[in-house]
Design a protein around this ligand. Structure first.
Ligand SMILES: [Zn+2]
Length: 375
């Protein structure tokens, strides 16, 4: 039987950035599940580039993968972000000072290794009825694999644990994620004759300044369980104009926001369109287009929910909130209780510093064994 460190080292050696097929990771997990006498079912789709992607649902011996309801789903994504060329050891796990380093060590192959180890060490007959393991593709590019499962109604669990690095704290609330592209229109002209045109960049600058002022207003709606305890905004990219001597005809920027749970999904886009209306009072030809590219609400499970209490009791750690996006938001639309949980710290993820503490891996294996029995 493999140890959690052996599983994690093997998983890190299999490259799985989202642009590749996750088939090799799924095959590795399916073989380990088969050895533990779990049944699994693959749900295959092709991504936008035509690459094969695989979600997997698995159930313990004597339970049927297709039976409902799913009482407790343990979820884990199988992709990583791409690793930098300056990190030659991304796929070569290294242990130093009690930490295992490598791409995916904490986000989130560490949790997958803990799942496979705890499943192998558990007696199937002692596990909860309605227990499922769910492995997903393409989490890092917008929870695409999980959306396939939820959209096809194959995934309607009552309670869900989503694996992400939380230093083994149960995270019972998370902010959502929104992204929009805003295009501001002007009218091109020779820059020697500026009165013949309308500068899209000047117009965008006024809109951007107004959005910055609006962000201070957003900070008034507080959610004290988060830090920062309000919806944050960012304009991360801006492009406009075609030449130094042309009045720019277009300016485009990306607006990102991270909404607190409970905030209506269209709050920020609606506010930006209202700001644009206001700008029209002094510039009647002001025109812009806002296209929402992504939107996910935040999620929050009550402090008193069974899953929160259970993981608090098993780990001895208090529930927290997380500032990063996860499949938790998506699952909250179909599940009664959602928790994000796993070994490692997201502050090391998506970088060449990525690592996971060995003691947290071992502790997570024990926690998962308890959770699979008691729920
Ligand atoms: Zn992750």
């Amino acid at each position: 039987m493999k140890t959690v460190v052996q599983h994690l080292s093997n998983l890190i050696r299999i490259p799985s950035p989202s642009f590749l097929s996750n088939r090799p990771i799924i095959d590795y997990a399916a073989a380990a599940l088969d050895e533990a006498q779990w049944h699994s079912r693959e749900i295959v789709y092709r991504d936008a580039a035509g690459v094969e992607k695989v979600n997997l649902i698995a159930a313990p011996l004597r339970q049927n993968v297709d039976d409902t309801p799913i009482q407790l789903a343990l979820m884990c994504h199988t992709d990583t972000v791409p690793y930098s060329k300056d990190w030659p050891q991304a796929l070569e796990p290294v242990i130093a000072d009690g930490l295992l380093h490598g791409c995916g060590a904490c986000d989130v192959k560490g949790f997958l290794a803990c799942l496979l180890t705890s499943i192998a060490q558990s007696d199937s007959s002692s596990l909860l009825d309605g227990l499922r393991l769910i492995l997903t593709a393409d989490e890092e590019i917008g929870c695409v694999g999980a959306a396939h499962l939820v959209g096809s109604e194959l995934l309607k669990p009552r309670r869900v644990v989503v694996g992400e690095p939380t230093s083994l704290h149960p995270a019972r609330a998370g902010k959502g994620y929104g992204l929009a592209e805003v295009t501001v229109f002007g009218e091109e002209a020779h820059s020697a004759l500026p009165h013949k045109g309308r500068s899209a960049i000047y117009r965008a600058a006024r809109l951007v300044t107004a959005i910055e002022e609006y962000s201070a207003f957003l900070a008034e709606e507080q959610h004290p369980f988060f830090s920062p305890g309000f919806t944050t905004l960012n304009i991360g990219t801006i492009q406009g104009g075609t030449a130094k001597n042309t009045i720019p005809g277009q300016c485009r920027f990306q607006l990102e926001w991270r909404p607190i749970p409970g905030q209506a999904g269209d709050t920020v886009p609606a506010a930006v369109l209202k700001i644009a209306d206001t700008l029209r009072s002094t510039d009647p030809d002001f025109q812009c287009k806002l296209q929402v590219l992504r939107h996910q609400n935040g999620f929050e499970s009550p402090a008193s929910s069974r899953l929160v209490r259970s993981i608090e009791a098993i780990t001895g750690r208090a529930a927290v909130s997380i500032p990063f996006g996860s499949e938790g938001s998506l699952l909250a639309s179909v599940a009664e209780e959602v928790i994000v949980f796993g070994p490692g710290d997201m502050q090391t993820a998506h970088s060449s510093r990525e690592c996971v503490p060995l003691n947290e891996l071992n502790e997570a294996v024990n926690c998962l064994q308890s959770l699979m029995k008691r729920g």
